[in-house]
Every structure is written in structure tokens, then in C-alpha cells.
Design a binder for this molecule. Sequence first.
Ligand SMILES: CC(C)(COP(=O)(O)OP(=O)(O)OC[C@H]1O[C@@H](n2cnc3c(N)ncnc32)[C@H](O)[C@@H]1OP(=O)(O)O)[C@@H](O)C(=O)NCCC(=O)NCCS
Length: 191
Amino acid sequence: MRARVTTLAAASSRTAKLYGVEIVAAGLGEGDVLRELHVATWAVTYRDRLPRGWYRERLAAHRARDWGEIVRCRTAGGGGVLTARCVNRMVGLCEYGPSEDGDDDPGRVGHIHRLYVDPARQRTGIGRSLLTASTDRLRESGMSAATLWVLERDERARSFYERVGWKPDGKRKSEPMTDAITDLRYRVVLV
Ligand SMILES: CC(C)(COP(=O)(O)OP(=O)(O)OC[C@H]1O[C@@H](n2cnc3c(N)ncnc32)[C@H](O)[C@@H]1OP(=O)(O)O)[C@@H](O)C(=O)NCCC(=O)NCCS
């Protein structure tokens, strides 16, 4: 299928409503807070959307994730983890870096690995701000496009990405044995 992409200009003007929210890079010593936010948000998001066994397995894996090591590796690899803070409380995270897909050039194509906003703070502009700040950094590091994978049946996340300018590029992948877990790749051009 022919790739459909849109172009994303730098510096979204839609961050004004985010009064009191700061976007800052995660520190190496913040692994526990990152894990807590990721696990709590992931659990609520996917509880009724994934086959039960797969949900439990993934949740256990997420509880064991070493986020301090992820921050270290992503930063060393030309990416990072950005966080949204409100009165010193972490309310969102975005993990980004070069693409790891075999069909994309990691020197030119960046990737959003994870984007999670505290359920109590969703739909207040934090996701958009984190995504914009992360794609700005990818652009500054020389990337001309960015991609991400999203669950095909996750209409809410897909609506969000489409609202902020991303489009499916035609690539999809499924977990063996179940088509309940099919991911679509979304892409945006960075200018
Ligand atoms: C998806 C997610 C990151 C979006 O972040 P958010 O802070 O809630 O979204 P924002 O408030 O920045 O919304 C930005 C735009 O997308 C739209 N949008 C957000 N969520 C939406 C939804 N569920 N359905 C339709 N549109 C949506 C908003 O209306 C907004 O548009 P507007 O600025 O014109 O009003 C967040 O809801 C989340 O963490 N979800 C759970 C985890 C997840 O799904 N992560 C992505 C996995 S691939």
C-alpha cells in the first residue's frame, strides 16, 4: 500500500492551555516513578482491550521494566524520555529515539516508543505537548520523519494521533495466533 503521510511543522501552538505543566527530560534516578506511571496507565488502558492471558503477561513484563536503564540507553542512542510535570508530579511520559524497524533508516526516521498520560489528566493537552516536544527533538537530531505503532482496535489512541497530524503508512504487524493484537504503523513527516 502506498504510504500516506502528513507533514508536521515545529512548535505546536496548541500548548497554551497547559498552564502549570512543564515538559522536562527524565532523570536517570526516576525509574520508579516512570514505571509507576507507565504500569498504572497501561493497566487501565488495555484491561478490556486485550486477551486476558496476553494482558497479564504484558503487565508482568511492564512491572519488571528498568526505566532507569531505558532512560540511559535511549539518551545514549540519540533519543530520550520526556516527562510532563505538574507541581512536581509526573503526569505523562514519552519515550522516543531512532527507528528500530528494518525498513526505515534509523539515521533519518525517528520513533515514538511509548506515550502515556495519567488517566486523570488525559484530554488536557499533555499528550499533544509531549508528542510535539519529542518530534521537535527528533527533528533537531536530523530526522525527517517519525513513526509509531498503535493497536488497530485502539480507536481512542488512533483518533488522538490522527487529530495531531499522524496517518497510517500501510504497515501492520500481528502477534502470532491472535489477530486481536494487530498493530498499525503511523507516520508523520518532520519539516
Ligand atoms: C492517547 C493519549 C497519549 C492522548 O493524550 P491526551 O493528553 O489525552 O491528549 P490531548 O489532550 O493532548 O489531545 C490532543 C488532541 O487529540 C484529541 N483526542 C485526545 N484523546 C482523544 C480521544 N480519545 N478520541 C478522540 N480525540 C482525542 C483531543 O481532542 C485533542 O484535540 P484538540 O486539541 O483539538 O481538542 C492519552 O490519552 C493516553 O495516555 N492514553 C492511554 C495510553 C495510550 O493509549 N498511549 C498510546 C499508545 S500507542
